[in-house]
Design a protein around this ligand. Structure first.
Ligand SMILES: [Zn+2]
Length: 243
């Protein structure tokens, strides 16, 4: 009996379901455009766009699989043991504050009651293909979406000098805070590009966490957490296998 006891314990350890021994591993999904590609010859755009139908299919799948959407603040609350993790937490992020977030993605999020994070390059708001502040505030009032930092003008921060990079981070954050009225705690680095120096500048600018575009699930707080890129060409099985 003495000899097999460790073996029994090992088997119990390996096969006992529903016991978590490690910190939660949380997928942070990354979306850009939601809509049909207006120019099918623009092949690059296919990787950044997802059709509304496909987004609905994915949200249905997430709901049926028991995922619970949370904000990045809630993610940090879980990592810091301030709040209890829901079953299968997941963060949905949408980069760049494009107008189709307001016209297409947001109504779908409301329909399925999914929380999401929208990363805003504040200096571009109200121009070209971007949302304006009234639209952002309208979305904000429902409480489903939190808006987080994406700099002022969307530069590659690693090629700027320290002063210019800090200004992009700090001014972008402060403008967003003044418009939304809540603390902006998270940054998505433009193009997913950052280095140790840029991550330190982000901390100086007041951010407590950041996300990049490298593939993976996040295991804990950090200034360059990974994300899972969702693109329009991705097969549903491929999407499901990455979660
Ligand atoms: Zn971006």
């Amino acid at each position: 009996m003495k000899k097999i006891l460790p073996l029994i314990l090992l088997l119990l350890f390996l096969f006992t379901p529903n016991i978590t021994f490690a910190a939660p591993s949380v997928p942070i999904l990354m979306y850009h455009y939601v809509g049909e590609n207006p120019n099918p010859r623009d092949l690059g755009r296919n990787y950044l766009s997802i059709s509304p139908l496909k987004l609905e299919e994915q949200l249905t799948y997430l709901k049926n699989s028991g995922f619970t959407s949370i904000s990045l603040d809630e993610l940090y609350g879980i990592f810091n043991n301030q709040i209890t993790s829901p079953n299968k937490p997941i963060v949905l992020t949408f980069d760049d504050g494009y107008i189709d977030f307001y016209t297409t993605a947001y109504p779908i999020l409301v329909k399925y009651n999914f929380k999401a994070v929208s990363f805003i390059p504040t200096g571009l708001i109200g121009t070209g293909y971007y949302m304006n502040w009234d639209q952002i505030k309208e979305i904000q009032r429902t409480g489903l979406v939190t808006f987080e930092g994406h700099t002022l003008t969307h530069p590659n921060l690693t090629v700027l000098g320290s002063v210019a990079a800090l200004k992009e981070l700090k001014d972008g954050r402060e403008l967003l805070q003044s418009q939304t009225g809540y603390p902006v705690n998270f940054i998505a680095y433009p193009y997913g590009i950052s280095d140790y120096h840029v991550q330190n500048l982000a901390k100086q600018a007041g951010f407590v966490g950041g996300v990049g575009t490298w593939l993976g699930k996040t295991q804990g707080p950090g200034m360059n957490m990974p994300r899972i890129r969702v693109n329009g060409l991705m097969h549903h099985l491929d999407f499901a296998s990455r979660l």
